[in-house]
Design a protein around this ligand. Structure first.
Ligand SMILES: Cc1cc2nc3c(=O)[nH]c(=O)nc-3n(C[C@H](O)[C@H](O)[C@H](O)COP(=O)(O)OP(=O)(O)OC[C@H]3O[C@@H](n4cnc5c(N)ncnc54)[C@H](O)[C@@H]3O)c2cc1C
Length: 485
């Protein structure tokens, strides 16, 4: 028997699961095909940025993540001595959140179960095909073959994505040239020790403050870590401790590892994010060294951008051409992500006297609040906007051309009857939001949307400088403006 769904997602990691939540929330049927039987146990991504917390707030979920992590207002850039200060961001979440990837995945999986996402674990996808009418995925389980069909398919199947390969999309970039050692270990650090960095001619390292399990993450590299063949070699506690001692003079009694691994600076970006009915999101579309803790954050935002668009097309609200805006909006963000990590890579492999001088100079520049804020805004996803892409196409009405693609802030809104809410609470059901200020004027796109898709609020006042001079604003389900009157 062939099961049929609106959307098929290959890969049930955090990005695939989050995308599934979004399309399901908007009423489309979705199946996630995941080869693993169990979730990941390693901590992997440990940093959740403020725009990702805002994204979860846009679905009423931020409290779940905040309750499971540790707020940290500062985090490193290029392992420089001056840290990025996220506390200056104009957000309800002016910080990073230390939260293991395993916890993030667990919370998203719970959300998916609440929404009724069909999650097929133990399903290895092997063949992905498309024609003018739909997509199919075939593969194996321990009980035999499976065969699914759908209208669209999204490859969220990670760095070595089968979807990307079978869709014939090139993964442009370069091989590893440098590797880093990573351990989640117990250390006898001084009480209350902050994030610690050290760079000298012997190498460089970063030690994050301990998490709830009492372990710190330590990342180490040396000028010698340039042999890509060593990348696959198992890391021992002895090697990590020895290289730490050489740089720092101590290994803080390093012991009891939970996870030891290596990562590299292999950096690639998918040439396209779309091929017909097939899309890519998350690590399937961009890989890079995990500097600044960005990959998962950007992947989740990819999914957030694509989910409501797929659902709008499935629900007959928009034409297929709307889906082109996914690549137009998100591929430049993927490119910026790669550029950011490559820039940090230069700083983090600079062990010569001149290189160490360059590190000091950039570190001193980060001490200027404006510089620090600009880079914190980039790394956190906070300053991402789609203004340059222009109006959304694919709706039956001519779209508004002014005020498109800007991040809407989560400010309080007072309705005309005096009751209070916030912009993000109003968006938590995944609908569009139309806010008007003392007039009946509407942004034209509203007429192209189904009545039940748009929450319309007449606000007694303009609650934030974002709305200054506007008579009406339409906000997309992912929290960016779609037009301002
Ligand atoms: C050491 C380290 C530290 C990191 N730190 C951070 C950080 O602090 N912040 C951050 O934002 N990011 C960080 N990252 C990056 C982050 O881990 C990834 O970006 C994230 O896992 C990507 O999620 P994904 O869902 O796109 O892909 P994945 O997590 O790789 O999930 C892909 C899924 O697809 C499944 N799959 C693959 N092929 C098939 C198939 N053929 N059939 C069925 N299923 C398939 C896999 O089993 C897997 O579950 C870090 C990464 C590393 C290695």
């Amino acid at each position: 028997m062939v099961d049929s769904f609106d959307i098929l997602i290959v890969g049930g990691g955090p990005v695939g699961l989050w995308l599934a939540c979004e399309v399901r929330l908007a009423g489309a049927s979705v199946a996630v095909v995941e080869r693993r039987q169990e979730g990941v146990l390693q901590s992997r991504a440990g940093t959740m940025h403020s725009r990702t917390l805002e994204m979860f707030a846009l679905r009423g979920l931020a409290a779940r993540f905040l309750a499971s992590g540790k707020r940290q207002p500062e985090w490193h850039y290029g392992m420089l001595d001056t840290l990025l200060d996220y506390s200056r961001l104009d957000s309800r979440f002016p910080q990073t959140l230390r939260i293991p990837q395993a916890t993030t995945e667990k919370l998203i999986r719970e959300r998916a179960a609440e929404l009724g996402v069909v999650y097929l674990s133990g399903h290895q996808a092997e063949a992905i095909r498309q024609d003018h009418s739909g997509v199919t995925v075939e593969g194996t389980t321990d009980k035999g073959r499976f065969h699914l069909q759908g209208r669209y398919l999204v490859g969220c199947d990670g760095a070595r994505s089968l979807t990307r390969q079978q869709a014939g999309i090139a993964f442009l970039g370069h091989e590893p040239t440098h590797t880093w050692l990573l351990g989640d270990v117990r250390l006898d650090l001084p009480e209350g020790a902050p994030t610690m960095t050290k760079y000298n001619e012997h190498g460089g390292l970063l030690i994050a403050p301990p998490g709830d399990d009492g372990r710190s993450r330590i990342v180490v590299t040396t000028p010698d870590e340039t042999n890509p063949a060593l990348f696959r070699q198992e890391l021992t506690l002895e090697e990590l401790a020895r290289k730490t001692r050489k740089i720092l003079g101590t290994d803080y009694n390093m012991r009891d590892p939970f996870w030891l691994s290596r990562f590299s600076n292999e950096t690639r970006l998918a040439e396209r994010y779309r091929s017909g009915r097939i899309f890519l999101a998350g690590d399937a579309s961009h890989i890079h060294a995990p500097f600044g803790g960005q990959g998962l954050n950007v992947g989740l935002q990819d999914a957030f951008n694509l989910g409501w668009k797929l659902a709008a097309v499935i629900n007959g609200e928009a034409h297929d051409v709307l889906l082109d805006s996914y690549e137009a909006e998100r591929r430049p963000v993927g490119k910026q992500l790669n550029d950011s990590t490559l820039t940090q890579n230069v700083l983090m492999t600079a062990f010569s006297r001149g290189g160490l001088g360059l590190r000091k100079m950039v570190s001193d520049c980060l001490a200027f609040p404006e510089v620090n804020e600009k880079i914190a805004g980039q790394i956190s996803g906070f300053s991402v906007g789609y203004e340059d892409v222009g109006p959304l196409r694919g709706f039956s009405e001519t779209p508004c051309v002014t005020g498109v693609g800007m991040r809407a802030p989560d400010c309080s809104v007072r309705r005309e009857d005096g009751s209070e809410t916030t912009v993000y609470q109003l968006l938590s059901s995944g609908h569009w939001l139309h806010l008007s200020f003392g007039t009946d004027a509407t942004v034209s796109l509203v007429d192209a949307l189904r009545e039940e898709s748009v929450i319309q609020i007449r606000s007694a006042e303009r609650p934030h400088k974002f709305f200054e001079g506007a008579t009406a604003v339409l906000i997309r389900p992912d929290g960016y403006s779609a037009g301002v009157l």
